[in-house]
Design a protein around this ligand. Structure first.
Ligand code: G
Ligand code: G
Ligand code: MN
Ligand code: NA
Length: 255
């Protein structure tokens, strides 16, 4: 339980940081959004990655408090960028854990954070996994509808890796699918099979959803995805997760 004690102290001390990874249009690589990714700054200066502590936080419930900090921090950043970018549009994407999404007061708390930080809901995108929506699909659909009414974007993260993806998708008023990077990583020039990515892209098009393809690392992958008509991409080819100041410089410099 040492990690639980440490995580409680980290929440208390706000020992977390958000790093930001660019999301670009595949057609011209314009930077239009960033995904906020959580890191934990240990007392000795080490940076702990989410895979090392989010599973524990999900087990002991601390993910809800951590997720609240993440939302507030991302909204603070969004409010600052909005003022600095002078009306130019952008999105900050925030990962929402299933447990966090299922809190009965999730939407009310989010509204309070938007008010408190002055963030414009139109600059915020919430990334939900399929499992977040699966526990209670009807409640999830109603919550997503309310979030959309407030002006937020809602995307399905890690699309293609969860259960029963398609059965509930048609009732879920999300606006973006993020195709999981496992489908892209495998595709290397010379032995690629783009059938599944192509089918997911066509599905998104049929449902009039935006597509963000994750994990793009090579020009070969970029070229194929662009040819398939995918709208947006994220991956090391465009940029790794970076500090907020670097992310701001990148979006400010992009057309
Ligand atoms: O860079 P990366 O190692 O940052 O992220 C690994 C995983 O951690 C991803 O699956 C991502 O969705 C998840 N993750 C990153 N930041 C957050 C966060 O703020 N909240 C939640 N719930 N998950 C996050
Ligand atoms: O599950 P989610 O999509 O939220 O997590 C994003 C994760 O993917 C983060 O850990 C991020 O660092 C990682 N990531 C982003 N782009 C790439 C990439 O091009 N290659 C690899 N291997 N990982 C990536
Ligand atoms: Mn994500
Ligand atoms: Na993902």
């Amino acid at each position: 339980f040492e990690i639980e004690t440490d995580l409680r102290a980290a929440i208390e001390d706000e020992a977390f940081e958000l790093h930001y990874q660019p999301i670009v249009t595949l057609a011209d690589r314009a930077v239009v959004a960033f995904e906020a990714l959580l890191r934990w700054r240990r007392a000795d200066g080490r940076l702990e990655m989410p895979d090392a502590f989010i599973p524990a936080a999900e087990k002991n419930g601390l993910i809800v408090a951590i997720g609240t900090w993440v939302l507030r921090e991302a909204c603070r950043t969004a409010a600052r960028w909005r003022a600095q970018l002078g009306g130019r549009h952008f999105h900050l994407s925030v990962n929402i854990a299933p447990q966090q999404f299922q809190q009965p007061n999730f939407t009310d708390q989010l509204c309070a954070i938007l008010l408190e930080t002055g963030a414009d809901p139109r600059n915020i995108c919430l990334e939900l996994t399929e499992s977040a929506a699966m526990v209670n699909p009807a409640h999830a659909a109603a919550t997503v509808a309310r979030l959309r009414q407030l002006g937020l974007r809602v995307s399905v993260d890690d699309f293609g890796t969860g259960y029963s993806a398609l059965a509930h998708l048609q009732h879920m008023p999300v606006d973006t699918l993020k195709i999981d990077r496992s489908f892209i990583t495998a595709q290397q020039a010379g032995n690629a099979d783009w059938a599944i990515v192509g089918a997911m892209t066509q599905l998104a098009e049929a449902l009039q959803l935006n597509v963000v393809v994750e994990g793009i690392e090579s020009d070969y992958q970029l070229g194929e995805l662009e040819r398939m008509g995918c709208g947006y991409g994220q991956g090391w080819l465009f940029g790794r997760p970076m500090a907020e100041a670097d992310a701001y410089r990148m979006i400010a410099a992009s057309a």
